[in-house]
Structures are given as C-alpha cells and as structure tokens.
Design a protein around this ligand. Structure first.
Ligand code: FAD
Length: 364
C-alpha cells in the first residue's frame, strides 16, 4: 500500500499516475479544493503535462501591464495566453483522475504520525493505523509528513494576501502587476467586474497596509489568502533511501519570482510516479536550475530600490527585451535568462548596483 497525504494538485496528480495496485489518498478536509488560497494562473506549459478542460478556465491573460513605482508602465503581450483557473474545480478534476485510476479515498482523515517497522511503516491517521510500504507527503507548506520524517528543514515563508472582489475599472484579458506594493502585487480579472487581487511578501504590518492600498474601494467577495514556502535548494525530497517522499509545496517546489507552484508540483508528481528511484535526481536535474535562478532573481528584486525598479521597467520598454518575455515561458527562466543578459548590458549594471548597495541579507 502506498499512502499519499494531501489531495491538492500535487498529491491527486501523483495518485492518478502511480501504477502501484494499492494507492490510498488521504485528505484532512471533507471536500477537495476548498478553501481556495490561489490566483490560479497557469502558463501554457501545463499543456505538456495535462489537458485542462475549457470549463475550468475562468479567464485568459493576454497581456501583462507592469507598473513601476513612478507610475510608468510596460505592456507584455503574451504570444501564448495564460489561463486563470477555477482552482477549486481544478483540484476536484485532478482528484477525480485519482479516483478513476483506482485510488482508495480517505476524505476527512488527517495524517498524524508514522513509525518505521522493519521494511514498512505504521501510518497513524485521525481514524486508524495502517501498514504501508511508502508515504508521499503532498500535504502543503507546513507539511506534517516533512515534520514527522525530520525533513522539514529551515523553511521560510511568504504570505499571499488575496481576495476575490468586485474591482472598478477592469480590462478583461489584462493583468496588472505593481512593483511597489509587497514583493509584487496583482489584479487578475475574471471578467470586467470581478478580479483576484493580491500582494505577496513576508507577513508584516507593511504587507497588510500595501494590501489595503491595492484593494482601495474594492468590495471583497471571498478571502483567498495563504502561506507559500520559499524554495529551499537544500530541501530533502526523499528521506535517505527510505520510501518517504515529499512533493509540491511540502517540498518547497515553488518558483520564487511569482510564487507559482502548481506546475512544479504536477511535474514532481509525474517524475515520482514514473520512477521513484530517479525522482530526486530527475527533479533536481530538470527543474532545480530554474528554481534556483528564480530564487536568485527574487533576492535581487527584493533588494531593488524604487529607482532601480524604474530603471528595470525602462529596460523592458525596449522591444527586443520585451519580446523575450512575451515569447518565453517564465516558469523556466534558464531558457531565456542567458539570452536576456547577452542582449542587455544595462541589466548587468542594475544587478551589480543592487549587489553593491545591499551586500547580504534579505531586505523585505
Ligand atoms: C494567494 C496565493 C496565490 C497563488 N497563486 C498561484 C498561481 O496563480 N499559480 C500557481 O501555480 N500557484 C499559485 N499559488 C501557489 C499554489 O497555490 C501552491 O503552490 C499549490 O497549491 C501547491 O499544491 P500542493 O498540492 O503541493 O499543496 P496544497 O494545494 O497546499 O495541498 C495540500 C493538501 O494537503 C492537505 N493536508 C495538509 N495536511 C494534511 C494532513 N495532516 N493529512 C491529510 N491532508 C493534509 C491540505 O488540506 C491540502 O488539501 C498561490 C498561493 C497563494 C497563497
């Protein structure tokens, strides 16, 4: 028996792909997909992993408007549109795939602890104790499995304050990103009246102030806030040679530039299902570089002064630089960062200035 803890995207997708004949999926909530704490943006690269049914897509992003602290904006017209999901129904869709693949479902049953016994584990939940041969922790940012297995490490978090709200002046298809509130902030329209509006950063009083500023006169329909783990390159994905694994947010598999984690969680789930022995080397080999670059980009961005943010916006006003962002998938920065740095000497200067004025430490 394989025990998967957590029916979020990572756990359900893994359970749907795992070929073992007895897969059990445990979810502490009675319903899958709620509460929602996500904007639900996916880049087009999700299509290489799974077909997302049209009816789960609430809206599309054709254009990003990125606003600098001095109010100047650039527009990035995406060559391939991004999708904005109904996140609750997306989770239910993946969960149904696990059900269809034969996974045994335990809703409203939470993982509590485990004990190793010979080559298997005694898995204790809020309802029963099971003998299991493998445990997969896909149980989110505060992963109880990671804690129980001593794999939690020194993880750091940011907080996403987000609400679904009635928001005045929306332009369908255009997502606004503001660089001067939190690490960044966003207004993502569902249609011309309702948007998902949020800020992200370490959970401080300043972040709450920034959030209030962004919300302005918006009318909140639903709070969708939640914690996000910062990618930790030293995070253990497997407990030594034992059959205890971590996936998704539980394994800090989130890119630190925009804090998207769904695609990485799905990819991790598919690698683990294909070959558990190769999971760690495959994940780190294929995606570690992108996650690491995202982390370094985030560190640089967090140290930028308002003046440097304004300069960066000027750099991307140039057509040939904007085109790189329009064409490439931001989930995989290793595919375009070199190209960008080769074409734009100004970026080296901005990077060097940030480094010089902020040696060491996380600023925000
Ligand atoms: C405000 C905000 C906006 C975001 N926007 C985006 C976005 O636009 N795009 C994107 O890609 N990502 C986004 N993210 C990140 C994304 O939501 C996560 O990366 C993603 O949900 C991770 O999926 P997961 O399956 O690893 O974990 P989760 O979705 O957290 O699922 C973990 C599951 O485990 C269950 N669980 C926890 N403990 C136990 C237990 N003891 N026993 C049993 N079950 C348990 C939980 O109930 C949950 O269902 C956003 C996050 C936030 C907070």
């Amino acid at each position: 028996m394989i025990s998967v803890i957590g029916a979020g995207p990572a756990g359900s997708f893994y359970a749907s792909r795992e070929k073992h004949d007895e897969v059990h999926l445990f979810e502490e909530h009675k319903f899958v997909g709620k509460p929602v704490a996500c904007t639900g943006i996916l880049t087009d690269s999700v299509r290489s992993i799974i077909d997302v049914p049209q009816d789960l897509i609430i809206s599309k992003i054709e254009r990003f408007k990125i606003v600098s602290p001095n109010g100047k904006a650039i527009y990035i017209d995406l060559k391939k549109t991004n999708m904005v999901l109904d996140r609750a129904r997306f989770d239910q869709f993946l969960f149904q795939k696990a059900v269809d693949a034969g996974a045994k479902i335990h809703l409203g049953e939470a993982f509590v602890s485990y004990k190793k016994e010979g080559t298997s584990y005694q898995l204790k939940t809020t309802k029963k104790t099971y003998t299991t041969s493998m445990i997969v922790g896909a149980d989110g940012p505060f992963s109880p499995v990671a804690k129980a297995a001593n794999m939690y490490g020194k993880r750091e978090f940011v907080h996403g304050w987000q609400a679904r709200c009635k928001y005045p002046g929306l332009e369908e298809g255009v997502t606004e990103i503001h660089l001067n509130l939190g690490e960044f902030s966003w207004v993502v329209p569902e249609d011309d009246k309702v948007a998902r509006v949020g800020v992200i950063g370490p959970n401080t009083e300043q972040l709450k102030i920034d959030y209030k500023k962004l919300l302005g006169k918006a009318k909140i329909l639903e709070d969708q806030s939640g914690p996000i783990p910062l990618y930790n390159p030293k995070q253990q994905l497997r407990k030594g040679k034992e059959d205890i694994f971590l996936l998704g947010d539980a394994a800090t598999q989130v890119k630190a530039t925009t804090y998207g984690g769904i695609i990485y969680g799905l990819l991790a789930g598919s690698y683990l299902a294909e070959d558990k022995e190769q999971y760690v080397s495959r994940f780190n080999g294929k995606l570690g570089k992108d996650l690491w670059i995202s982390l370094k980009m985030r560190e640089l961005m967090n140290h930028m002064s308002e003046q440097q943010c304004n300069e960066l916006i000027e750099v991307f006003k140039k057509k040939h630089n904007a085109e790189i962002l329009e064409t490439h998938d931001r989930d995989f920065p290793s595919k375009f960062m070199v190209q960008l740095l080769m074409k734009e000497a100004k970026l080296w200067k901005i990077g060097f200035d940030i480094f010089k004025s902020n040696l060491g430490g996380r600023k925000k």
